[in-house]
Design a binder for this molecule. Sequence first.
Ligand SMILES: C[S@@+](CC[C@H](N)C(=O)[O-])C[C@H]1O[C@@H](n2cnc3c(N)ncnc32)[C@H](O)[C@@H]1O
Ligand code: SF4
Ligand code: SF4
Length: 315
Amino acid sequence: MAARAAIALVRGVPLALGMMITNRCNLRCAYCSIPDDPGEEMSTLEVFETLGQFARLGTVRLGLSGGEPLVREDLPAIVRYARDSGMYVTINTNASLLAERAEELDGVDLIVVSINGTQSVHDELRGEGSFDAAMEGIEAAKKRGLKVVTLAVLSRKNLHSLQEMFELIRRMGLKMYVHPITECEISGELGPELLPDVDEFRAAVRDMIERRDDLPLASSTPYLQHMLNYPDYSSWRGCKAGRGFVYMTPDGCIAPCHVVMPAGLPSVLTLGAKNAMAKLPKVSCDGCCIVPMVELSLIISGHWQAVKQAFRVSG
Ligand SMILES: C[S@@+](CC[C@H](N)C(=O)[O-])C[C@H]1O[C@@H](n2cnc3c(N)ncnc32)[C@H](O)[C@@H]1O
Ligand code: SF4
Ligand code: SF4
């Protein structure tokens, strides 16, 4: 895998493909508007074709997300196809359907479950009953022998209970990624009840950096240092969007990342992966601190702490 990754980088092939395989979702979180516009979705064969093209180019990592990937009946087939193509496969999920589907997901390398707080906060943000469903899903996945890590979106709602969240995650024997709630195209407008106070947010991040050895924290130290710039990430120059990784929409178009999505994106279905890559729009953004994209950029840049700490999560 490491040799294939190095070859891909030298050839200018993205190491990682983030695939939003659906915009549909069974939940409605307070800060996400993705399910409002389900749009077109590729068939199973089209998903095989598009991800297969990236695998043949040399892409080694596939991140399946959405919407909620577990609402797609063909998710296990997609996972198998990607694994057979030699890819390392992760799924980002709300886990509410994981208890009933965990046994179909053998072969997934890492399941990233969104947990946004202790029960009351999580349910307030993600809907009544979503916390218990996610907990059952995580237990089912662990029982099946699947590797699980959690991801928390930090907002005004949960910043004050971060320590309780770490205790919960520790009791479950897991680790937790963190990232700031972000106002962007997929969020719609976010109100002051969700956006954290800047000083409180930075103090919480500084505390995580200082105590990282005592916390079940998955986020890397350089990621946390980057997060300290909240809320202005415009000075970041390390982003590898469009080169180190690309994102695919449910209808088979590619974008540099899942925030930079101007109209008229190139379609892998009609152009093929190589030609679509050549037509990727140039990145124009105000920076960000979104977990997979920043951690991947740090890893691709060879930041040793990000590489070492990622190994501890996935290894
Ligand atoms: C869009 S969801 C898709 C996967 C799955 N439905 C889930 O919730 O985990 C991927 C991740 O983006 C996060 N997310 C969604 N909207 C966000 C926002 N406005 N700011 C920061 N993170 C956000 C979710 O909490 C989740 O961890
Ligand atoms: S964050 Fe995930 S679970 Fe929540 S509405 Fe968006 S896609 Fe659905
Ligand atoms: S939004 Fe983030 S990941 Fe996307 S191009 Fe800008 S800095 Fe890179």
